[in-house]
Design a protein around this ligand. Sequence first.
Ligand SMILES: [Zn+2]
Length: 318
Amino acid sequence: MKTVNPKHENPRLTLRDNASPFAAYSDEYVLELPAEHRFPMPKYALLQQQLSYEGIIDDSHWIRPAPIQDHHILRCHPPDYLSKLNTGTWTRQEQRKSGFPWSHALIERERIIMEGTRRCALIAAAGGVALNIAGGTHHAFADRAEGFCLLNDLAIAAHHLLDLGVARIAIIDLDVHQGNGTASMTQNEARIFTMSMHGANNYPLHKEISTLDIPLEDGTSDEHYLKELDSALDCIMETFRPEVLMYQCGVDVLFTDRLGRLSLTMEGCKQRDIMVFDACRSAGIGAVCAMGGGYSTEVNTIVDAHLQTFRAARDAWT
Ligand SMILES: [Zn+2]
């Protein structure tokens, strides 16, 4: 499968140059929020700084996304919803469900994050690995925002790849919360396989139907988690045979997470990432990662867990 030419959009990119994974980041990922807001916004800049400092991402492999163009959004979201986002004409309830106070900067940020995942997806389609430092906005539905997700980057990037000729895409969502928006937005598209492994008793209360849902009990351990993941990946790779894997690698599965309810250790979380990337390498396909959630009390714990994902991607591809 070599129907996508990412060089068209990124002339500096050559996939023979496998010095490190590619990563998308923009200063706009860090949105200024009211002091009392519960979202751990500093994690993005901290992660980017540490990746640069450790040299996990080569200087030439940073992608600085621009805001995504409307036609990519409109492939998956209706025009009246996009217009509502642009103008901030949300009801109080819609705003509350989104999790963020509306601002022009918020919408601009969301567009830049969407483009980050789309650009990373092009690299994945050419067999490489690329990670967006934000995104994984899996609670966004076609016509409504939920849980810090306004637009759905996974759905947008997946449909874009289909339009470019990719035949089958697997979206592996290992955030502790079900990928409800993604499941809903791709339910009629047989070329997209959605797998969500999540806390059965966690948000969202009403679960959508993914191609494969694996609900987990509170307190699920590393051992049980990794066993379930291993057999699910085997099954997906053998029966669906994706050409690209999209990985929502949220780290709210950790036992330290305030919202997670599972009991994964840092080592278990690392093994999870290694397992996903090994499955891609065995199948000879590329991967795009979008960061997803992470709400451990210490922001450094969140950053450390994400760093493991980047290191695992580097080790699998270089
Ligand atoms: Zn989550």
